[in-house]
Design a binder for this molecule. Structure first.
Ligand SMILES: [Ca+2]
Ligand SMILES: [Ca+2]
Length: 409
């Protein structure tokens, strides 16, 4: 979609005397270092300069990433089901989706600060769903005293209002509030449309509290909510004038980052994601699919621990474990959907080792063992070798495996 904004009003952030600046903390960046992987980063400035309205407008410009108008990303020819998505470190792949894929439609780009795309299998670090790659989104969380408000309008009846405020409460404690509303009469969900207008309304809000007792230790509590109402189509090539969905998504998390010494750091993340998606459809000429009246419920609870140790200069070990519980429910009055299971419990442990051999040579090995209830167990491996030539050139060869737990219906 090409987008031409005709109004842009932005009240620049105002910064006052007390400024607390924190580096963004994501679980991903601690495990998947940018230097040594096929990673693409889209920065806040690039997002602002692009004038894009949807996350997909940016993802589709990235090499090796394809995009559908219905909101799913495909990395290196893999499917949306094989792409693991994190928002602020929280797993977002919806257990109530038939493929356990993440629908980016519920994410307002105006709330996004940074997008990292890790290409290739990352199952050693993150387990199931990371077969084709990982997309990690960081939302805007300024910790200094800031107020901002913006309005944006464009073609296809597009209008967006965004506001945020961040403020220190007292020394070492800050709060961040933000909200946005987006409405649009397009683009069509079907790639080929015969004039059917697909409206979209997305309302999002979030709050986070950050405690920073010392320079290297911090705890963040946060919660986000979004409500999306959108018209859909009956596939990529078939308009449907009366199919729509309503999606309510909520997340809550507590994250702590602790440094025991210069050479030892831990991260603990406890998160929960709720997703409720309701479809409404009526029969119409050309619509071969039966009418729908169904609601999908999915929750995902996750406890993720990792500990990083620098044994000596150039030798780094990461150990970690994860406990994850997903649960789904489906209500369908017209055509009941049988479930294989209504919940899944997964426990996993992993380690990664990176060793600098000198003369520009670095090796990396990793192993993860994961046991999803009733689906057997799985061990994932990776091995890599890198040779640097000066500061600008490197040669990297890597082998990694990936896996995916079956969807629950
Ligand atoms: Ca439609
Ligand atoms: Ca229909």
């Amino acid at each position: 979609m090409f987008f031409f904004p005709f109004i842009l009003l932005f009240l620049a952030p105002s910064t006052f005397a007390e400024v607390i600046t924190l580096e963004p903390v994501t679980v991903q960046s601690s495990r998947l270092s940018n230097e040594r992987r096929s990673v693409q980063v889209i920065t806040e400035k690039e997002i602002a300069d692009s004038n894009a309205v949807y996350v997909g407008d940016l993802l589709r410009q990235s090499s090796g990433v394809d995009w559908t108008n219905s909101g799913f990303a495909y990395i290196r020819g893999g499917t949306g089901a094989q792409t693991l998505v994190f928002v602020d470190g929280i797993r977002m792949n919806d257990p109530s989706d038939p493929n356990r894929a993440y629908d980016f439609s519920s994410l307002d780009l105006s709330q996004v600060e940074r997008i990292e795309i890790f290409k290739g299998p990352q199952s050693v670090a993150f387990g199931s769903d990371a077969m084709a790659g990982v997309i990690s989104i960081s939302t805007k969380k300024p910790h200094s005293l800031q107020k901002s408000f913006s309005l944006l309008g464009g073609d296809q009846g597009t209008f967006r209002a965004t506001g945020s405020i961040a403020s220190p409460i007292r020394k070492g404690i800050s709060v961040n509030l933000r909200a946005s509303h987006l409405r649009s009469d397009g683009p069509s969900t079907a790639l080929v449309s015969n004039g059917d207008i697909d409206q979209k309304q997305l309302t999002s809000a979030g709050i986070s509290l950050n405690f920073r007792p010392s320079i290297k230790n911090e705890v963040t509590l946060g919660s986000d909510i979004s409500y999306l109402k959108q018209d859909l189509d009956a596939g990529s090539f078939l308009d449907d004038p009366n199919l729509n969905s309503k999606t309510l998504q909520k997340t809550a998390f507590v994250r702590s980052k602790l440094s025991f010494s210069e050479s030892s750091q831990s991260q603990i993340l406890l998160s929960r994601m709720w997703n409720r998606r309701a479809y409404d459809d009526r029969a119409d000429p050309g619509d071969a699919s039966p009418p729908q009246d169904s609601t999908y419920y999915g929750t995902l609870s996750d406890l993720d621990l990792s500990h990083r140790v620098f044994l000596h200069s150039g030798h780094e070990v990461v150990l970690g474990g994860e406990w994850k519980k997903e649960k789904i429910g489906i209500e369908s009055r017209l055509s009941p959907v049988p479930l294989k299971k209504n919940h899944l419990l997964t426990v996993g442990v992993f380690f990664q080792d990176r060793l600098n051999l000198g003369r520009g040579w670095t090796t990396e090995v990793g192993l993860r063992h994961e046991r999803p209830s009733d689906f057997g167990s799985s061990t994932q491996k990776k091995i890599g070798l890198e040779k640097r030539f000066g500061s600008d050139t490197k040669l990297n060869a890597a082998f990694g495996t990936g896996f995916k737990v079956p969807a629950l219906y």
